[in-house]
Structures are given as C-alpha cells and as structure tokens.
Design a protein around this ligand. Structure first.
Ligand SMILES: Cc1cc2nc3c(=O)[nH]c(=O)nc-3n(C[C@H](O)[C@H](O)[C@H](O)COP(=O)(O)OP(=O)(O)OC[C@H]3O[C@@H](n4cnc5c(N)ncnc54)[C@H](O)[C@@H]3O)c2cc1C
Ligand code: FES
Length: 507
C-alpha cells in the first residue's frame, strides 16, 4: 500500500520560486493551502497585489491530506453545536459551509478546472454499535434543526449502503483537492502578485510590516496567517501566536481502496470519533472508496500503526473484496466551542484556523470573509467567528484540551528512556544522552539520527510516531521528520541536532 494520499500520487503541483528580490504588496498571505491560495486568488480578483509564501510549497500542508468532503454538515453534531454556541451561530456555521460549496462550484466552472468536482448526497448514519432507540431521536433532532435553518434534510429508516437509520443531505460535493488548488495558484502570479515556495514566515517582522528572507524581502500592508496552526514570526507583535494554545490538534487516518463502482456519496457515522467514507469513481469509471477516522490527539497515541489496522479491518468488513492502495494521515485543529477562528486579530493582521474536519469549505469561506473585510464590505459574520470571542460554555472544553500541556510537560520530562543501543532499526525512541533527552531514530542501515527531544515551541518532549516515522509533540501537535525537519507547527523550527561526545562514541 502506498503511504501517501491519492491526491499526491496522480498529480504534482507545479513548483513556484523561492523568494528573491524586494517586493511591495497590499497583502501578504502566509500558507499556500486551500485557505491561503483561495484568499490570494479572491484578493487579486478584487484588485489587490498579493504575495503568498509557504515554507514548503503549494499544497504542502493538510490540503493534500484531506478527503475533500465538501459539506455544510459539521464535525460537531448540529444539536450539540446549537446548544454550545446558540442557534444563530450554529446556523451561521452551516451557512458558511453552504456558501463555500457554491464558491468552489463557481470557481471550478468559471476557470474550467478539471478537478473531479461533483455534487453528491451526504448521509449521517447511526454507527453500528450504537443503540438505534437512542440514535434515531438524535438523528431526527438534527434533521429537524437543519430543516428549521433552511437546509434540506431527510430522515431515512435505512441508508443506501450501510442499511442504518440516517439523515440524507442532498447537494453536498466532492473534488480532487490538489488539482483544484493548483489551478487557483496558477492564476495568482503576475500584475504585481506572487507565489513563493520554500519561503518561511520566520523572518516576519510584524511591527514593520516586512518579511525578510535570505534573498529578498516583502513589504506588505495587511498580513493573513493561513498556516493551519497560527505562527509567531521573528519579531514584533504578530498576534496569531496568542491563539496557539486555544487550539487542539488531532491526528486522523485515511485508507483509499479500489472497489466495484458504487453510486457516489459521502457518509459519516455517529461514533465518537466518527468514521467518514467517500464513495467515488475514477475518470475511467473504476470504483474508489476512502475511509477515514481513528482520530486521537496528536502525539498521544503509542500505536499509530494500530490506527491503520483498525481502519483497514473496518473497510474489509464493510466492503468485501476492497483492494487498499493508499494510506495517509494528517492533522485537524479544533477550537473550544466548535466554531472556527476567522477575522482580524490585530490591526491589519488576519487569522483563519480551527476548521476541524471541515477545512476545505471553511478555508474557502475564510478567504471570502477576509477578502470582504479587506475590501471594506460590511460583514455579518465577523462577531460569530471573531477569534477574540469569549464564550463561557467553551471554557470547560478549553481547560480540558489544555490540561495536557502542564501534565505532559512534567510527565514526559520525567519519563523513563531507552538505551541508545536498544533503539531498533527503522524506529525511534527517547534516549538520555549526557543528561539530555534526545530523540533518536535508527534507519534501516543502522545509522542513528540524534536530535534534541525538546519541542522548540514550548519545550514538551516529542513522541515517536511509528506509522508515519515522525516525531510528534503531544502538547500542541507540532510534527517533525525523522531527521528533525519541521513538518507542522505551531513550532517554527525543527528539532536541534545533538552532537555530544557520548552520542558520537556510540556511532
Ligand atoms: C485525513 C484528513 C481528512 C480531512 N477531510 C476533510 C474533509 O473531508 N472535508 C474538509 O472540508 N476538510 C477535511 N480535512 C481538513 C482540511 O483538509 C484542512 O482543514 C484544510 O486543508 C486546511 O487548509 P489550510 O489551507 O488552512 O491549511 P494547510 O493546507 O495545512 O496549509 C497551510 C500551509 O501553511 C504553511 N505554513 C505553515 N507554517 C508556515 C510558516 N511558518 N511559514 C510559511 N508557511 C507556513 C504550510 O507549509 C502549509 O502548506 C481533512 C483533514 C485530514 C488530515
Ligand atoms: S507543540 Fe507546543 S510544546 Fe510542542
């Protein structure tokens, strides 16, 4: 089975240059995923000069790992969301999803993007091990509330695939995310606008409205942080950093398989964490399915390989003869109240994050909101998604998610370590070298990479992720390759290499 997503396998996004020379733009967008690229595209259409930078490249983040269900149906069940944030805010979030689907459809049509766009029904169905007597009234409540908010929703005794009680939501959608992203990105350069790859925001000096890279600078009027998790910048008051601890990072897993052709549809069960299914077809008509789930807080699962095993078992149970071809995982970020953070966090600094499993739609919606705010159009959504909102109902959730930080910090610093010589080939472990906790990876030839195990974000000890061969931080979800390179923040640099006498002696 290939260890990458469908979207990176059959398609490669064109490379953009690294930042060179001095540039002046109206808006600097950091992050070239769905959020950043759509924001830049819409701003350019509105007449702004924009620059997008990404420390990796276009589609280097979670947008290439998504399963791309385009739906207004949120990860948090509608009745739960309404009781947490109120009916107006819950309805607004669903409307945001709806508007985003329409925006993506329009862009796909206007630009003639070949990205397997299609409208499909979505089904929220009672998970198999759940009691139908409890599940049906809950599903009915969700259907009634959705209808009250103006969304089409039909309660079914039995869904067309799993045969379970369900709610059917017509007119949801799906697409090939990297093809879509690449087509939008291609439209950005020119007329004073740019896309730069391999360009980090670490040289951001927010007070001076300038980004200094090794070979160039970008002066900007407004900054948009579209980095999935907020970043900090080198100097100055980049306000996004304040939001890092308000978010919880979860890992989620997906398996893609060939199957007999099926009617295209999206399915989500009512388990917690839930499983998600996308029944699809390739251009040649062959059947595909992607099943996802087994979520856990990033860096807090010892048996990450087991997550794939459970998913594969479920796939084979439900679809006899399924032939798994791809597997991949990624991160979703959650907010305390289930609403994203979208808006202006300091003068001329915008942030868009906390999309949970709805980032393709909510990232697109953020782009629309930010475009309107920068263009000075009145915004009915501003207060609802305001990153600075305070809701007492969310406080408990906030505390629950963040209790991990002090607990993990102390526990992992005191935890037992492995002996250097006991680190097995193709695995990683935490080893005490010269009194310092080190993250040691031993490759298939026996060569060891020895790094500091201390996460550069706020000092927690990273944990080995055996399935992906990465170091993951249990506190706020930063991730690093086995050679220590940064994969995902909030950390903004990689794990330091350790060069001690003791470490060298063991080589
Ligand atoms: C397995 C899985 C399934 C999912 N399924 C769905 C789904 O069905 N439907 C849905 O709507 N959503 C889904 N999601 C969520 C969705 O994919 C994400 O929320 C969305 O892609 C986030 O887009 P983004 O542009 O905000 O972030 P990203 O795509 O992660 O882009 C952020 C970019 O910022 C860059 N960056 C970060 N820090 C810096 C820095 N300091 N300097 C420069 N650049 C930086 C990164 O390199 C990255 O390219 C899923 C996610 C996963 C992992
Ligand atoms: S991500 Fe915050 S300490 Fe590692």
């Amino acid at each position: 089975m290939k260890k990458n997503s469908f979207w990176n396998d059959d398609f490669h996004i064109e490379e953009f240059p690294v930042l060179q020379g001095d540039h002046d733009v109206d808006v600097l967008v950091v992050g070239a995923g769905i959020t950043g690229i759509t924001t830049a595209y819409l701003l350019k259409q509105a007449g702004c000069r924009v620059a997008v930078i990404d420390q990796q490249g276009v589609g280097g983040g979670e947008t290439a790992h998504t399963t791309a269900h385009l739906t207004q149906v949120t990860d948090t069940r509608l009745s739960e969301l309404a009781s947490k944030v109120g009916e107006d805010a819950a309805r607004a979030l669903w409307e945001a999803g709806r508007l985003a689907i329409e925006q993506i459809r329009d862009l796909t049509t206007e630009l003639g993007i070949e990205c397997a766009w299609g409208e499909v029904p979505g089904y929220l169905f009672a998970a198999e091990d759940k009691d139908v007597a409890v599940e049906v009234p809950d599903l009915e409540n969700d259907a009634l509330l959705a209808t009250k908010f103006g969304f089409e929703a039909h309660l079914l005794e039995s869904d067309p695939f799993f045969g379970r009680p369900a709610v059917r939501f017509p007119n949801q959608a799906k697409l090939h995310p990297t093809r879509y992203l690449a087509a939008l990105a291609k439209e950005i350069p020119g007329e004073g606008s740019h896309v730069f790859s391999k360009t980090s925001a670490s040289g951001l000096e927010a007070d001076e409205h300038v980004l200094r890279g090794d070979k160039g600078t970008i002066r900007y009027g407004t900054l948009v942080a579209a980095t999935h998790v907020p970043i900090q910048g080198a100097k100055g008051t980049f306000a996004a950093a304040l939001f890092q601890t308000k978010l919880a990072s979860y890992s989620t897993y997906a398996i893609g398989a060939e199957i007999e052709p099926m009617p295209e549809a999206l399915f989500w069960d009512t388990d917690s964490p839930y499983h998600y299914w996308r029944f699809d077809r390739r251009n040649d008509g062959a059947g595909l399915v992607i099943v996802g789930g087994e979520d856990h807080k990033t860096g807090q699962q010892s048996d990450t390989e087991g997550c794939y095993e459970k998913l594969e078992k479920l796939l084979r149970q439900k679809i006899r003869g399924a032939r798994p071809t791809h597997r991949w995982s990624g991160q979703v970020v959650e907010t305390p109240d289930g609403l994203p953070f979208i808006g202006e966090i300091a003068e001329r600094q915008f942030l868009a994050t906390g999309f949970s499993g709805n980032g393709i739609t909510l990232g697109t919606f953020s782009a629309m909101m930010i475009r309107d705010a920068i263009a000075g159009h009145p915004e009915p959504w501003t207060e609802i998604f305001n990153p600075r909102r305070k809701r007492p109902a969310a406080l408990w959730h906030y505390l629950r998610e963040n209790k991990d930080f002090p607990v993990r910090f102390v526990k992992d610093h005191l935890a037992a370590t492995t002996k250097l010589e006991d680190v097995k080939r193709t695995t990683g472990a935490i080893v005490n070298i010269d009194g310092k906790k080190c993250a040691v990876y031993c490759d298939e030839h026996g060569k060891r990479t020895i790094l500091s195990a201390t996460c550069p974000h706020m000092g927690c000890i990273v944990k080995w992720n055996g399935a992906e061969k990465t170091w993951d931080c249990p506190c706020h979800g930063s991730r690093f390759t086995s050679s220590g390179d940064l994969m995902a923040g909030p950390a903004e640099s990689g794990l330091e290499t350790v060069e001690s006498a003791a470490a060298q002696a063991h080589h």
